[in-house]
Design a protein around this ligand. Sequence first.
Ligand SMILES: [Zn+2]
Length: 130
Amino acid sequence: MPSPRYWREIPARYRLEGGRCPACGKVTYPTRRVCPECRHEGMEAIALSRHGRVVTFTTIHVAPTEFQMEAPYPMAVVETPEGARLMVQVADCAPDDVKLGLEVALEFRRIQREGRSGILCYGHKAVPAR
Ligand SMILES: [Zn+2]
């Protein structure tokens, strides 16, 4: 089951809302209570762009049980223009099509269905920009 933190963060995740530190400008996603860069308390909410660039990526061959049907699939760290970094699955393309600097759009999609309870988990996936 997703953790209580997962449920608490749903609204911010849905809006792709990050946090910006008013002291040093560090941007995180999701937001944090304390800036990971300078330890300043109280980050400001900012809406992140729904696109970015791949800064690093890998291909998952041995996936967790709930994603086995999808393996192999590419996972990437995407950086938005604001500087937030998100770890997301890259959808709608072959693992070989993912490259450093690839422009992607961040789309809100179903991530997984929770076993017997049938609860659907949604989140963002990256798809190559057209
Ligand atoms: Zn800071």
